[in-house]
Design a protein around this ligand. Structure first.
Ligand code: COI
Length: 354
């Protein structure tokens, strides 16, 4: 690629910024004034633009609409007390996006394109990065097929875009989760490790059924025997069981979460015993019955650290210890926040300053 991309900037003449109540932001409802877009045509990235946030024009025959040829990422930007914009571990999102791109026969996003797009967009919309505690700017890069061909084949034309939205908490209270033993999110050899729309759309129906029974989310189990715990909808799952931090080992059915990796890194740094391994459903149910689960929580970019207060299995609910008494998950959330908001030293090199 060239030294710097030639990004055309079309400023939004009608900013919505002064209409936003930053103290009451619902996740994913409000978008900032601008978006980034680039095109991939004839084997090359071109036509880099920052434009006012607006609807898209897309071919009705696009394979992104028909076949889910679409991948995405989620990362967050924070404001420190000097007003600087800090992005948490964007390198990991690029790495994962390119893993998803390969699986879906899409072009890789070059590092230069990703960082110049991110920095230019966040620079222009920096006033949108909330400074309220617990709030951040959610950054959603996505890549989709821009072909106008309805046949099944690797696409040729693509669009890479970034949109951003100020957000508060994804889950506003501790969640109740049900262990799913019929529906399947991912199977070995499938695309469960990718962040593609194909993994999320079909998960909505089983989650809706669980919600009708009073749960907030599911815990997915393996697609073969429903014997092992995999991940929760929208986040990885972690337990403090018998004093150890236990989480399912990664594989091609589990998303390699960046919050998951950050929690494990901090835990190991603090000398907490960590086990990444297969976890049987029976093990969790037995441990819950015997009071050997001290903490359970989800870890994800949108969800951050989401406390799990109750686990359902086969019609029985297991109430877990009171959220206020949980030591590890509160400590890890505070440490992550302190790093993200630039309050403490970034000793793992996780912060990218815009
Ligand atoms: C994220 O945590 O960034 C996600 O993509 C989850 C999504 C369901 C909001």
């Amino acid at each position: 690629m060239v030294e710097t991309l030639n990004i055309t900037i079309n400023k939004n003449p009608n900013s919505k910024l002064d209409q936003i109540d930053f103290d009451n932001i619902q996740f994913g409802k409000i978008y900032t004034d601008h978006l980034f877009v680039a095109e991939f045509k004839n084997g090359e990235w071109d036509n880099f633009q920052i434009n006012p946030y607006d609807d898209l024009r897309i071919s009705p025959a696009s394979p992104s609409i028909h076949y889910g040829i679409s991948i995405f990422e989620g990362l967050k930007a924070y404001k420190n007390d000097k007003g600087e914009v800090l992005v948490f571990r964007p390198d990991k999102n690029l790495e994962r996006m390119n893993i998803s791109a390969e699986r879906m026969c899409m072009p890789l996003i070059p590092e230069q394109l990703y960082y110049e797009a991110l920095d230019t967009l966040l620079g222009i919309d920096s006033d949108w990065v909330p400074s309220q505690v617990g709030s951040s700017l959610y950054v959603r890069p996505f890549l989709f097929s821009d072909d106008d061909f309805i046949g099944i084949r690797p696409s040729q034309d693509f669009r890479f875009m970034i949109i951003t939205c100020p957000v508060g908490a994804y889950y506003s209270k501790p969640v109740k989760v049900n262990i799913e033993d019929h529906f399947v999110r991912a199977i070995e050899g499938g695309s469960g490790f990718c962040k593609t729309g194909c993994n999320y759309g079909p998960a909505i129906y089983p989650a809706k059924l669980a919600q009708e029974k009073g749960y907030d989310q599911l815990i997915w189990t393996d697609g073969k025997d429903h014997k092992y715990i995999e991940e929760s909808g929208t986040m990885n799952i972690m337990f403090i069981m018998d004093g150890k931090l236990v989480t399912p080992a990664l594989g091609d059915t589990i998303l390699n979460g960046i919050t998951r990796d950050s929690v494990l890194t901090l835990a190991r740094d603090w000398g907490v015993e960590v086990e990444e391994r297969k976890i049987e459903v029976d093990e969790v149910v037995t441990a819950a019955k015997e009071g050997r689960i001290q903490e359970a929580f989800g870890a994800g970019t949108a969800a951050t650290i989401a406390q799990i207060e109750l686990i359902g299995h086969n019609g029985t609910d297991y109430k877990l210890p009171a959220v206020e008494d949980r030591e590890f998950s509160h400590k890890v959330l505070k440490e992550l926040d302190d790093i993200k908001y630039g309050r403490i030293e970034d000793k793992f090199g996780w912060i990218h300053k815009v």
